[in-house]
Design a protein around this ligand. Sequence first.
Ligand SMILES: O=C(O)CCC(=O)N[C@@H](CCC(=O)O)C(=O)O
Ligand SMILES: [Zn+2]
Length: 328
Amino acid sequence: MLSEWIELSLEDASPSQPSGPLPGGTYTLHAAGVLELTPAACRDDAPACVLSAGIHGNETAPIELLGACLARLEAGLLRLGAPVLVILGNLEAIRRGTRYVHTNLNRLFRRDLGETGMEPDRARLLMRAVDDFFARYPGRERLHYDLHTAIRDSRYPRFVVEPYAETATRHEQWRWLAAANIQAVLHQHRHSWTFSHYSKHYHRAQAFTLELGRALPFGENDLAPLMPMARLIEALLAGREPRGADPERMVFFRVAHELMRHSSDFRLCFADDTPNFTEFQPGARLAEDAEAGPFVVADAPLSVVFPNAEVELGARAALLARPTPPPD
Ligand SMILES: O=C(O)CCC(=O)N[C@@H](CCC(=O)O)C(=O)O
Ligand SMILES: [Zn+2]
């Protein structure tokens, strides 16, 4: 059933059995695209993990990656040894191959969300699923990896966004991510209401948004560079201590400024295909907005991440970051 779960979810079909056995434990389907794996036995220090993909429907490589890991579990190549909640985020957008249908799901993960519609309803269902899952494991370390791919190329094709929240990131996370071939880390400077931020802010989970290369349609992804990440996910599924490596292999950045789109007359002043983490020198004009005026780099260079002039009004059009020393 596990190997068919993704296809069935996308076809809006129900599996023959909503729960059943798997090597090392059981699975339970709570809702479309929400699958819980419950181990028969589990080490005390194995974290309860949320693994999510498809929060943006056109980001297919992480869905294929999770599918491959679940298939290995079902085939008995590993045994479940930790509680895991696997989530396919925006099912309708995945079916259509689009980032979202009406609005960006990854800005809606807040408990006071008032909006109505498909994506807000999905955000509420996913927040409840995460709340219920973590509540079943009080006292256990919590982890959430929200897997994405980026619209454009990047100086660092695989990087993570560390959401802003009070909870400190444990040093072992940097070691695991370095061993999984993550090349850069971007610390957020303020609350962002993304899915990974939700788990960190409300549940004190170790949580990241992982950017795993470029967004391509199903079948066009090269999963080879993601094999070290697959090994990390499999260690988490098996409840084993993941492999670690020196975090100084990664380059660390901190967001210095968030460029917002305020008016319909907004443009970015650099080429559309500018790779993530491209650095602009003082004096460079980065954006023009009829309401906010121009944005010009002031006294120190800024690296641009996730530039997108087509975002909704009032939304983030780019993150601007500077290098920062690796955490101790
Ligand atoms: O490539 C892009 O411009 C967007 C890729 C993407 O979806 N990124 C996430 C990052 C979430 C975060 O800031 O933690 C997003 O924009 O939702
Ligand atoms: Zn995304």
